[in-house]
Design a protein around this ligand. Structure first.
Ligand code: ZN
Length: 316
């Protein structure tokens, strides 16, 4: 399996900006230390790929720097050519992670999960919606007809829901805090709202009910998993109370359940805003480490489709 990093494409931020950009380089350093041969630089998403999920006029305005001041404020990052390149690479990394998943069973984008980006505007640090762009890319290339998006970032995937929520070929599951941003939620296929302070036990019990339902309803050829670090108890923006061990159990359950069902999984990191950025990096790193553990043994003959067919035959 391959791992895509985009932190070399720095998005310049003014001093004191609250987005924890430092997490990406630290995460890449820790992942590269255990899997140096898996690391790749992703290609940038093309206009054609972006336009399958976004209004071409929006893509053009982002690219040329002609967004209105209010539209830039809504995104929350200052515009620069580097911001455009970084956003395209991040969407390209989820596309590349999907390709890795379809070949090897798993693939990882060490960024991405920009689920507040809508069809024709960006929002909440999200410029392009990588999951929607990647799902549509795999469909357009006839690599996956049905896609399941499992969004476990603590915030609702409102942009994803707005773009693909009514597309019967892309099933969206979002488990999020009821009282979190965005305050105007959009309808995913499956939305699960959790109360403030939800702990590991309740979260995991909920996940064990709804993920099998999502799988049964969608029968996907590919899953894209947004493994947000922000349900963590120490997160400044999340309102849930999961421990690091609870988040690792969440990841293991999602990866094992999807893999047991023969579904390749592309993983994106999504949000994480703990006071100490190293807590965020710890959580994301564990997600990647658990994926590597499974990726190393999952499909040794590099043909995930036949491996899964063989696996499902032998398990019957
Ligand atoms: Zn979030």
């Amino acid at each position: 399996m391959l791992i895509y990093a985009t932190d070399h494409f720095v998005l310049p931020l003014p001093p004191g900006h609250r987005f924890p950009m430092a997490k990406y380089a630290r995460l890449r350093e820790r992942v590269a230390a255990i899997a140096p041969d898996r690391m790749r630089e992703p290609p940038a998403a093309t206009d054609e790929e972006l336009a399958r999920a976004h209004d071409p006029a929006y893509v053009a305005a982002v690219t040329s720097g002609t967004l209105a001041e209010s539209a830039i404020r809504r995104i929350g990052f200052p515009w620069s050519p580097a911001m455009v390149e970084r956003s395209r690479r991040s969407a390209g990394a989820t596309i590349a992670a999907c390709r890795s998943a379809l070949e090897y069973g798993f693939g990882v984008n060490l960024a991405g999960g920009t689920h507040h980006a809508h069809h024709d505007f960006g929002c909440g640090f999200c410029v392009f919606n990588d999951a929607a762009v990647a799902a549509r890319a795999m469909q357009a290339e006839a690599l996956a007809a049905r896609v399941l998006i499992v969004d476990l970032d603590v915030h609702q995937g409102d942009g994803t829901a707005a773009i693909v929520g009514h597309d019967p070929s892309i099933h969206t599951l979002s488990i999020h805090g009821r009282n979190n941003f965005p305050f105007r939620k959009r309808s995913s296929r499956q939305d699960v709202e959790l109360d403030d302070g939800t702990c590991d036990e309740v979260y995991l019990a909920t996940l064990r009910v709804v993920l099998p339902l999502a799988l049964a309803a969608s029968r996907p050829h590919l899953a894209i998993y947004l493994a947000g670090a922000d349900p963590y108890v120490g997160d400044r923006l999340g309102r849930l109370a999961l421990s690091k061990a609870g988040l690792a159990s969440r990841d293991a359950y999602v990866l094992d359940t999807l893999h047991a069902a023969g579904v390749p999984v592309a993983i994106a990191m999504a949000g994480g805003y703990a006071e100490d950025v190293d807590d965020v990096v710890d959580i994301h790193f564990e997600t990647v480490r658990l994926t590597l553990e499974r990726g190393a043994v999952a499909c040794p003959h590099r043909d995930v489709a036949s491996c899964h067919r063989a696996g499902s035959r032998s398990s019957r």
